[in-house]
Write a protein that binds this ligand. Structure first.
Ligand SMILES: N[C@@H](CCC(=O)N[C@@H](CS)C(=O)NCC(=O)O)C(=O)O
Length: 243
């Protein structure tokens, strides 16, 4: 049995982390049996990040490595895609995980109106007398990282200009199918939809949340992907997925 070590559910999402949502969805797509183990403390994990899967004594860290592990077990997340589509899929995954994700981080950790809810959702395990002190340090470190990365130096309005072409690229693909690469969800959907869902689910009101929540095409896509991937595939369905 595979155990997914994941951040706990939050804001109506199966995990606070879009990468943990991705891993859970890929496990569902694989048709393999799995269970979840919730954690809010990744410090004991190989790279101090989640998601991680445990298989026997082995820990597989990083959603990309989890994907590779599941593919070794026979899953085919891009069944039916040609080489050009697979290449584009890889670029969409990178766009989601190396760009959209950081907008989500800044929306949650950077906005003063959002942060108190994030703090009291993510860090309930820290006693309330210490929570402010500890989480202020964590927040400062996170925002310093975002500053070095560069996105943290942009104003919220500048960030919206930066993300807009990405959102339009996603929408363009959705004109051609229910999912990014046609009528069935593929690996790219498991990366892109959790980022959009995380932005929409973030508490409070931000420019980014409003941008997603008011976009009918993106909202329908998020809902459709959640419906399709939140339930495990039966073995029979997973076989046809791999066909
Ligand atoms: N490339 C990794 C990214 C995972 C990641 O960034 N996880 C975040 C949560 S969304 C995390 O564990 N952060 C904890 C920390 O950095 O201390 C993957 O695909 O799994």
């Amino acid at each position: 049995m595979i155990t997914l070590i994941t951040f706990a559910p939050a804001f109506g999402q199966i995990s606070a982390s879009p990468f943990c949502v991705k891993a859970a969805w890929m496990l569902n797509m694989s048709g393999l049996q799995w269970q979840r183990e919730d954690s809010m403390d990744p410090r004991k994990m190989p790279k101090q990040k989640l998601p991680v899967i445990r298989v026997g004594q082995t820990l597989v860290q990083d959603s990309d490595n989890i994907r590779a592990y599941l593919e070794q077990q026979g899953a085919d997340f891009d069944a039916g895609l040609n080489d050009m589509e697979k290449a584009t899929s890889r670029a969409f995954i990178r766009m989601a995980e190396e760009h959209l994700y950081f907008h989500c981080v800044l929306q949650r950790w950077g906005e003063d109106t959002v942060w108190p809810t994030i703090r009291d959702t993510y860090f309930t395990a820290i006693p309330s007398v210490l929570r402010g002190f500890v989480t202020n340090k964590l927040r400062r470190a996170c925002l310093q990282g975002m500053d070095r990365q560069g996105l943290g130096r942009l104003t919220p309005q500048e960030r919206m200009q930066r993300i807009e072409p990405d959102l339009q690229a996603i929408t363009t693909r959705l004109w051609h199918g229910r999912f990014l690469f046609g009528g069935q969800p593929t690996a790219a959907d498991a990366s892109v939809a959790p980022m959009l869902a995380g932005m929409r689910a973030t508490p409070g009101t931000t420019l980014l949340k409003t941008r997603i929540a008011e976009d009918e095409i993106l909202c329908r896509y998020i809902d459709r992907t959640e419906d399709a991937l939140s339930v495990p595939r039966t073995t029979a369905a997973s076989v046809s997925l791999c066909a």
